[in-house]
Design a protein around this ligand. Structure first.
Ligand code: FDP
Length: 377
């Protein structure tokens, strides 16, 4: 009998218990962060459930073959699936029906990413602990009404990797948390801060399981949603990324437009000249899933600049910073091609930046290649 495993099963470390245990390390803390986090967790549970409902419809079983999605689906099939009301798709002939979801009959149908955003914005405001919100979905920042204001600013992408929704590939929510300087005098400057000023960051991955990875600046921990309990349970304590990895992750379709250091790095991954084995390529195209694998297995994830997109694709505040924060907390590194990613000072809320993040030694190699290139110039 595995008593240790048994003990783990009966002594459940929920995410709330974990954060409460950390509280004494911050003597000034009054439980505000725990309350904020519980509202983020609620948002993640909602999105997880919504994503699963879409998937349940997309791949109704286990009992039958998946529904063909390339053609429009007759309403009768929705009824047959018994899910028409649940996911609000009856009569829908949109070419991307599966990204639409409404929970109540008669409610306007919404794209899953729009719905997820609404849920997060409302959950964060109602926590009474936030003052400025920046969401990937909203062009402008949201300034919380003074009567509901708290001391935290939250930057987030409610549903990252949304081009993967319709095929059931893992997607996720990414968030970063800053502390406001003066909650009676808030401005955009409270969120236009370098990533190293974040007090916490994390992501929730909606995949074969729902996993929330969190750092409050004291290491990285992973929690898996137990659907029967409705609780995130600590399953990956103190995550450390391997110092060097065997995987690299990049959209190689952009290779013709890469700069020299990126091209040299990827060439070296494939054709190492030092006798080491080539790295394997893994690319999902969903940042949360690609970063999650990189964090657990080691290696490097890169979304570099290229001639067409000189700032890369990924957004500084709610993609690059939270993921870089987690990587550093797990013992890895994150680099923009010019500097440590967390040192970057954004000037716009939806600013983009190239990023190279992952195992310490792998990121060191790309840093060296950029340094050599600069020397030549
Ligand atoms: P998506 O466009 O599907 O929303 O920034 C969003 C993102 O996905 C990331 O999750 C992902 O890493 C990246 O874009 C993928 O971009 P490419 O399709 O250019 O590879």
């Amino acid at each position: 009998m595995d008593h240790a495993a048994d003990a783990r099963r009966t002594d459940l470390m929920t995410i709330t218990r974990h954060v409460l245990n950390e509280q004494p390390k911050h003597p000034e803390s009054k439980g505000d962060f725990t309350i904020l986090l519980s509202h983020i967790v609620l948002g993640c549970k909602f999105v997880c459930s919504a994503v699963n409902k879409v998937l349940l419809f997309l791949f109704p079983s286990t009992i039958g073959s998946p529904i063909a999605i390339s053609t429009s689906i007759p309403p009768s099939l929705f009824s047959q699936a018994g899910l028409a009301k649940l996911i609000g798709l009856a009569g829908e002939t949109n070419r991307r029906p599966f990204a639409l979801l409404s929970l109540n009959q008669g409610e306007e149908q919404k794209k899953l990413d729009v719905l997820s955003n609404e849920v997060f914005v409302k959950a964060l405001i109602s926590s009474g602990r936030t003052c400025v919100l920046v969401s990937e979905e909203d062009e402008e920042a949201t300034f919380v009404d003074p009567s509901l204001r708290g001391k935290y600013c939250v930057v987030f992408d409610p549903l990252d990797g949304s081009s993967n929704i319709d095929c059931g590939v893992s997607i996720g929510t990414i968030f970063g948390i800053y502390m406001v300087k003066d909650k009676d005098n808030v401005s955009l400057d409270d969120v236009l801060q370098p990533g190293k000023h974040m007090v916490a960051a994390g992501y929730c991955m909606y995949g074969s399981s729902c996993t929330l990875v969190l750092s409050t600046g004291n290491g990285v921990n992973g929690f898996t949603l137990d659907p029967s309990l409705g609780e995130f349970i600590l399953t990956h304590p103190d995550i450390k990324i391997p110092k060097r990895g065997k995987l690299y992750s990049v959209n190689e379709g952009n290779a013709k437009n890469w700069d020299t250091p990126t091209a040299k790095f990827v060439e070296k991954c494939k054709f190492p000249k030092d006798g080491s084995s080539p790295k394997s390529l893994r690319y999902i195209g969903s940042m949360v899933a690609d970063v999650h694998r990189t964090l657990l297995y080691g290696g490097i994830f890169l979304y570099p600049a290229d001639k067409k997109s000189p700032n890369g694709k990924l957004r500084v505040l709610y993609e690059v910073f939270p993921m870089s924060f987690l990587m550093e907390q797990a013992g890895g590194q994150a680099f923009t091609g010019e500097q440590r990613a967390l040192d970057l000072v954004p000037t716009k809320i939806h600013q983009r930046s190239p990023v190279f993040l992952g195992s310490y030694d792998d990121v060191d190699e790309i840093i060296a290649l950029y340094a050599a290139e600069e020397k030549k110039a």
